[in-house]
Design a binder for this molecule. Structure first.
Ligand SMILES: NC(=O)c1ccc[n+]([C@@H]2O[C@H](COP(=O)([O-])OP(=O)(O)OC[C@H]3O[C@@H](n4cnc5c(N)ncnc54)[C@H](OP(=O)(O)O)[C@@H]3O)[C@@H](O)[C@H]2O)c1
Length: 272
């Protein structure tokens, strides 16, 4: 895949998420010369990448540049200070993409004016190109800009466009925070194995590789999760005995309903 850009991609914030995106863009064929990074102090590994790939770097917003894309990857708490000086980069064809959790389209438009803005919520597997991102575009984003943003986001994994901005809060609760639920599942499985007599490290290795392998199988298989579950569940067998507990009325589903609703409520509060 190669990404065609008509103006510079200005990446604001080259930390974990911004750095992962930039690495993906370069791998996907974006020329380093088409990117400008604004960050007051990139980490040494990032400085090396910028130098090696010929990516321009500035510590402050330059004058006289109109961006094709402004990609905002700074922490939400600095957005208030970061946005106002960026207004000069916004031209009639600029599209702005923000991955800052909880910062609404209204907040961004409030600072940058009537611009084309996409709000996106990636998750941490983006760091290895295996994330999933939920995205919502305001009405000023053209089909062409949307396709460009889709390609830029796709370097970090799957991209799903949602129907309303409110859905971004649910995306945050399901997939944004989701990796932590899966990591906790590993902890719970390992702890249960330890309690039944396995050495703690061994129990952890078994749980970790089980979740990682099951995730990979899910990724590679065309089958739905329910089908993959049924495939390993023989009637009257060991898996069926465990699932009778996990799928009981007071099992995992009501727990996940409650947990994900709590995450969504928190996302709404942070965006308010
Ligand atoms: N990490 C994730 O999995 C994830 C998932 C979903 C959404 N996000 C969103 O992604 C955004 C970035 O998160 P992150 O984990 O990548 O944070 P991060 O590693 O701290 O990266 C932010 C970068 O922005 C730089 N920065 C600080 N002030 C700046 C300024 N005024 N102008 C330009 N750059 C500035 C930081 O430099 P210093 O280090 O010197 O301060 C740092 O290099 C957040 O808004 C977060 O909500 C992240």
């Amino acid at each position: 895949m190669s990404i065609a850009v008509s103006g510079p991609i200005v990446l604001v914030g080259a930390g974990n998420m911004g750095g992962a995106m930039l690495g993906g863009w370069i791998k996907s064929g974006v020329s380093g010369g088409d990117v400008l990074v604004i960050d007051p102090g990139p980490a040494p590994a990032m400085q090396k990448l910028l130098a090696d790939k010929g990516v321009a770097h500035a510590t402050a917003v330059p004058d006289g540049v109109k961006a094709g894309v402004i990609f905002l990857a700074v922490k939400p708490q600095v957005m208030e200070a970061v946005l106002p000086p960026l207004k000069g980069l916004v031209g009639p064809d600029t599209v702005i993409v923000s991955v800052a959790a909880g910062k609404t389209l209204g907040f961004i438009e409030g600072h940058l004016g009537e611009a084309a803005v996409v709000r996106a919520m990636p998750n941490t597997p983006a760091m290895i190109g295996r994330g999933v991102t939920g995205a919502f575009a305001n009405t000023r984003v053209t089909e062409k800009q949307r396709a460009l943003v889709h390609d830029l986001l796709k370097v970090s994994g799957a991209v799903e466009w949602v129907a309303s901005e409110a859905d971004i809060d649910t995306v945050t609760a399901v997939s944004g925070s989701g990796p932590a639920y899966v990591f906790y599942l590993v902890e719970c499985m390992a702890e249960a194995g330890r309690k039944l007599g396995l050495e703690a490290d061994l129990a952890m290795r078994l749980a970790r590789e089980t979740v990682a392998g099951a995730g990979e199988l899910l990724h590679q298989s065309p089958d739905e999760a329910a089908r993959l579950r049924q495939n390993v569940t023989s009637p009257g067998g060991t898996t069926a005995a465990a699932l009778a507990i996990l799928m009981a009325e007071d099992g995992m589903q009501p727990l996940f309903d409650k947990a994900i609703a709590a995450a969504r409520k928190r996302a709404e509060e942070l965006a308010a």
